[in-house]
Design a protein around this ligand. Sequence first.
Ligand SMILES: Cc1cc2nc3c(=O)[nH]c(=O)nc-3n(C[C@H](O)[C@H](O)[C@H](O)COP(=O)(O)O)c2cc1C
Ligand code: SF4
Length: 458
Amino acid sequence: MTMLDYGPDAILMAGLDGENWRLADYEARGGYAALRTLLTSGGTPEGVIAELKKSSLRGRGGAGFPTGLKWSFMPRQLPGAKYVVCNSDEGEPGTCKDRDLLRYNPHAVIEGMIIAGFAMSATAGYNYIHGEVWSVYERFEEALEEARAAGYLGSRILGSDYSFELYAHAGYGAYICGEETALLESLEGKKGQPRFKPPFPASFGLYGRPTTINNTETFAAVPWILRNGGERFLELGKPNNGGTKLFSVTGHVNRPGNYEVRLGTPFAKLLEMAGGVRNGNRLKAVIPGGSSMPVLPADVMMATDMDYDSIAKAGSMLGSGAVIVMDETTCMVRALERLSYFYYEESCGQCTPCREGTGWLYRMVHRIEEGQGRVEDLDKLLSVADNIAGRTICALGDAAALPVKSFMRHFRHEFEYHIEHRRCMVSGVDIEPRWGRAGARGAPSGVVTAAGVLGQAA
Ligand SMILES: Cc1cc2nc3c(=O)[nH]c(=O)nc-3n(C[C@H](O)[C@H](O)[C@H](O)COP(=O)(O)O)c2cc1C
Ligand code: SF4
């Protein structure tokens, strides 16, 4: 059996070959030892949370919020139902790591969630899984069955006083359902639309009960931390950025895929692991954390390390760890048009700045790409983006605005060239209208994935 190659520093994905996902394999790798020790040797919720704080584990779903701190917000003493929820919605263009975790190492996520339940005195957990990847859902269900049969789930786990049940739930395919409160609405069987906050899920979550939501990778890291100690996890990364991180490297590289590296690894090293830029082309730009994050030019990326603080210092965000690589053949107008269409299409429509503004952004970039742009469009784009960011119920508004602002900051000259010459600066090709009337809601063909964003340059 060939080993899956996530890189030499992998800990979450170490020793996986695609077949050894079952309970017995996981136990042979040391799995469920952390849970067993916790429940049979007098472990406490406070002890778990202290270890997580020591580890400097930050949420792997996007915002990078410290996990130990988040868990400490749960009102553990409150009687009645409390929940932990795993966010495996994974709809961010470019991101494809959680499905690998669930497919190849599902018990790490299950054990992480059971430990989370113990640390926060939760009664049950749910894993909200990206609905389009059905095989992943089925795999997780199978793993749950194994865990139940072995006594790791259910009442009085491993003979202790702790009882916890865990369920899988197939998501409905909307990107917005990855936003934590939209996810809760969807889990309750309602339309997946974000809630106003406060109240936050820690006080009013699933069915109005205290709830903690974490990303799949966040939960998967917990058993390793308890087995090896928070300090060791921290040492794998750097201060304030503990551990390893799975990066989904896509776009114009020779070996696209998921790579698990220590936080703080130079981007240049990650690019090398992914086989370098395709065809020996020059690197042009990188979106380092999923399509919602600001794009950075090649020289900035080549001087940046892959951790939360370094990427923030460079002017972007680590986000979900989806690294979208663009080479010199990429037309930035077309790339932004693709991204803007995605947010226009995925806006849930609750708030006016997002519902209307995403349409404005898309239509303006579309007409520039179509050769019908006007000089004043560029400032108008920035003004619309400014009027969306920070004025909406959820962060999808910011996610739509940030790419526009960063493309304009670093590649404005390409947009100006399109408008002035009605020709693409990169390909040198005169612009022909492609999807009919500018502003029509005609979709670019295909689904907007990282490949879709970049497909035009292939
Ligand atoms: C539009 C939108 C989509 C999101 N999609 C995801 C997602 O697919 N997976 C995820 O873990 N977090 C997603 N998030 C972030 C979640 O709201 C939440 O912050 C995260 O699940 C918390 O987990 P963490 O602390 O472990 O990162 C999304 C946020 C927004 C605004
Ligand atoms: S920002 Fe957009 S996606 Fe979020 S709640 Fe408002 S309309 Fe919906």
